[in-house]
Design a protein around this ligand. Structure first.
Ligand SMILES: Cc1cc2nc3c(=O)[nH]c(=O)nc-3n(C[C@H](O)[C@H](O)[C@H](O)COP(=O)(O)O)c2cc1C
Length: 330
């Protein structure tokens, strides 16, 4: 990589956030990203019968339409979670819908699941070289859809994925987070497990949760996760909370906040869910990771794997290398 990719990262900061992201994804899709060296064996992780070269993944929303996953894996990511994808294509919310909070190392987004739909994603994932790396698919529902959308996406995309994450935690689709409730969540997991069995598949099924949950909701999710035989949790999505400490002009924009202000609350939730699930469930920690120390804090709190988004958007792919180097020398 380095100077060209780093220069490109700086140049993109002058552009509106969504346009900069579009350019970065297109560059990765076109094979213009960096090529990482092979990871040291000490970083390798075995989980769910899969072997990952390292525990540093790319969080959902970065590669919504599965265009750039190969480039992200080549740039050194241990795995990529593509999506959120919905059954039908949808435009998402009106722009602007993505805001930088540079003084806070944060972003607010209210994208609203803009994506090209499950058929387009299936086309992109069909025939992928599975030996090139682990790709999870994050599934959601259309703006005017319901919980049956998850099943629709699962049927088409599970055969092409290494794992599936059920997104019931985006703050930008009305009513979506209600599926985190005990009964709704339990029914949803059960219905997807049924489809999985019917299709003769064994891939892991995960649920991604919000950081804005009551104590009762946390306990309910832990109970359902354990009793249903869920394979893991992704903790966490963006927050609708706004810390008083936020400095940037965009702090009162509506949407989900990610990045540095999310590090402490999402890591605390991770630790709590680790305890509530009696350390029996693999957890993916995401929220505010910007250094090897942050990744280590997630692992110490109970994460087996971690994911990046906001800091990666600010710093570019060299962040992946920097974090891996820090972990390898820990
Ligand atoms: C612009 C943007 C879009 C996102 N889109 C999705 C999405 O489609 N599905 C999802 O589950 N999470 C989505 N997320 C949340 C991230 O996957 C991640 O959980 C969150 O940003 C916390 O990590 P971070 O602080 O490192 O960014 C999005 C985040 C951002 C900033």
């Amino acid at each position: 990589m380095t100077s060209l990719a780093n220069f490109a990262t700086y140049a993109l900061h002058g552009l509106p956030a969504e346009m900069a992201h579009r350019i970065a994804v297109s560059a990765l899709a076109a094979g213009l990203g960096p090529r990482a060296a092979t990871d040291p064996p000490a970083l390798s992780v075995k989980l769910w019968g899969l072997t990952l070269p390292n525990p540093i993944g790319i969080a959902a929303g970065f590669d919504k339409d599965a265009e750039a996953y190969a480039g992200l894996l080549r740039a050194g990511a241990g795995f990529v979670e593509v999506g959120t994808v919905t059954p039908r294509p949808q435009a998402g919310n009106p722009r602007p819908r993505l805001f930088r909070l540079p003084a806070d190392g944060a972003v607010i987004n209210r994208m609203g699941f803009n994506n090209r739909g499950m058929a387009a994603m299936a086309q992109r994932l069909a025939g992928r070289d599975r030996s090139a790396g682990i790709v999870g698919v994050n599934i959601g529902r259309n703006k005017d859809g319901d919980d049956s959308d998850y099943k629709t996406c699962f049927k088409i995309l599970a055969p092409l994925a290494d794992y599936i994450t059920v997104n019931v935690s985006s703050p930008n689709t009305s009513g979506l987070r209600e599926s985190q409730g005990r009964d709704a969540l339990s029914a949803l997991i059960e219905s997807l497990q049924e489809v999985r069995t019917r299709l003769g598949l064994t891939l892991p099924l995960l649920v991604k949760i919000a950081p804005d949950l009551t104590n009762e909701q946390r306990q309910d999710i832990a109970d359902v996760a354990l009793s249903s035989g869920l394979d893991g949790l992704v903790i966490s999505n963006t927050t609708i909370a706004r810390a008083d400490t936020l400095q940037s002009r965009a702090r009162s924009e509506q949407g989900g906040l990610s990045g540095r202000p999310l590090l402490a609350p999402s890591t605390a939730l991770l630790a709590e869910m680790h305890q509530l699930t009696e350390a029996k469930l693999p957890l993916i920690g995401t929220g505010g990771i910007a250094s090897a120390g942050d990744a280590r804090a997630k692992i110490a709190a109970g994460a087996t794997l971690v994911q990046l988004y906001t800091a990666l958007a600010y710093r570019g792919p060299r962040l992946i290398r920097e974090i891996k180097r820090g972990l390898a020398t820990a």
